[in-house]
Design a protein around this ligand. Structure first.
Ligand code: GUN
Length: 290
């Protein structure tokens, strides 16, 4: 079998198009422009790339983008003050504090200082609780984007065996909650899981979110399974020339694609969906706040 390639780039472009239409309507009907504030502390190169990309796509969708860049040694109290200012700012409907934060900051404390209604990342403890109990929540963007791709490809997910590899608060745990909400039988596997290849082999749906390049290989995959690769890892690529690198997922693409029914590529799979869902969450937050 050769897997169907799930084109997240094209799907994300459609989502951004729908977001732009909603934004235009909100402006025309109510004179409201949804606004997203992104806070970056320090100079982590990957975070800088993400933040630039978020700002660009926010503006392209017709929304207001507010960027706040703080030095790596900013006191935590100053960041909390900024969050409080953004909580009160009527032009700001979504707040995202880019993670990871420097070691001297308590990320949980900062996230839980964001007004839950503006928490477009869905990381605030009350959004986590709402999602876990099946109530209306802000849903974390990468799992939400992954679910949209799965639903588009499979239709109903009811009764399917889903294995999520990775137990992070950002992806693994909320992904598992969303799949449970779709009536999947869900297993969360992680670095201590025994016989991981056998566990993954039972899955109709595999979501790999561990951050280990090309860890999942084709012999782990049940024939015909849907594989969602959340990993974005940069590895050396000597075949491209000395010192060159390339991006790979947590799945070994070629061997998995030979067995799976469908697979997301890296890049161009889940990655573009994350920002598209962030924009969608910002419009949702704006609509609920007004
Ligand atoms: N760092 C990596 N992914 C994310 C994300 O989805 N949200 C935030 N705030 N930080 C991140």
């Amino acid at each position: 079998m050769t897997a169907e390639v799930i084109d997240g780039k094209a799907f994300a472009a459609r989502v951004r198009g729908q977001v732009a239409k909603h934004v235009a309507k909100m402006k025309a009907d109510h004179g409201i422009t949804p606004g997203l504030a992104v806070v970056l502390v320090g100079e982590d190169p990957a975070s800088q790339v993400y933040v630039r990309s978020k700002g660009k796509q926010t503006v392209e969708a017709g929304m207001a983008s507010f960027e706040h860049k703080l030095d790596a040694d900013t006191p935590e109290a100053d960041l909390l003050d900024l969050v409080e200012t953004l909580n009160k700012d009527p032009q700001v409907h979504g707040i995202l504090v880019q993670l990871p934060l420097p070691d001297h900051m308590d990320a949980d404390k900062v996230i839980n200082a964001i007004a839950p209604a503006k928490d477009v990342d869905g990381f605030h403890i009350s959004n986590v609780g709402l999602l876990g109990t099946g109530q209306k929540a802000m849903v974390p963007c990468t799992p939400l984007g992954s679910l949209m791709l799965l639903r588009d490809h499979l239709g109903s997910l009811s009764g399917l065996n889903a294995v999520v590899i990775g137990r992070s608060n950002i992806v693994g745990k909320p992904m598992a909650q969303l799949l449970l909400g779709e009536s999947c039988t869900v297993t969360i596997a992680h670095s201590r899981t025994k016989d991981l290849p056998e566990v993954v082999k039972r899955a109709d749906i595999v979501v790999a979110a561990v951050g280990r390049p090309q860890m999942v290989t084709g012999d782990w995959i049940k024939p015909g399974a849907s594989v969602i690769d959340v990993g974005i890892n940069r590895i050396d690529a000597p075949e491209k020339g000395e010192g060159k690198t390339r991006l790979v997922g947590d799945c070994d693409y070629d061997s998995c694609a030979a067995v799976a029914g469908a697979i997301t590529p890296v890049p161009g799979g889940v990655g573009p969906m994350t920002i598209a869902c962030l924009l969608a969450n910002t419009v949702t937050a704006c609509a609920r706040l007004n």
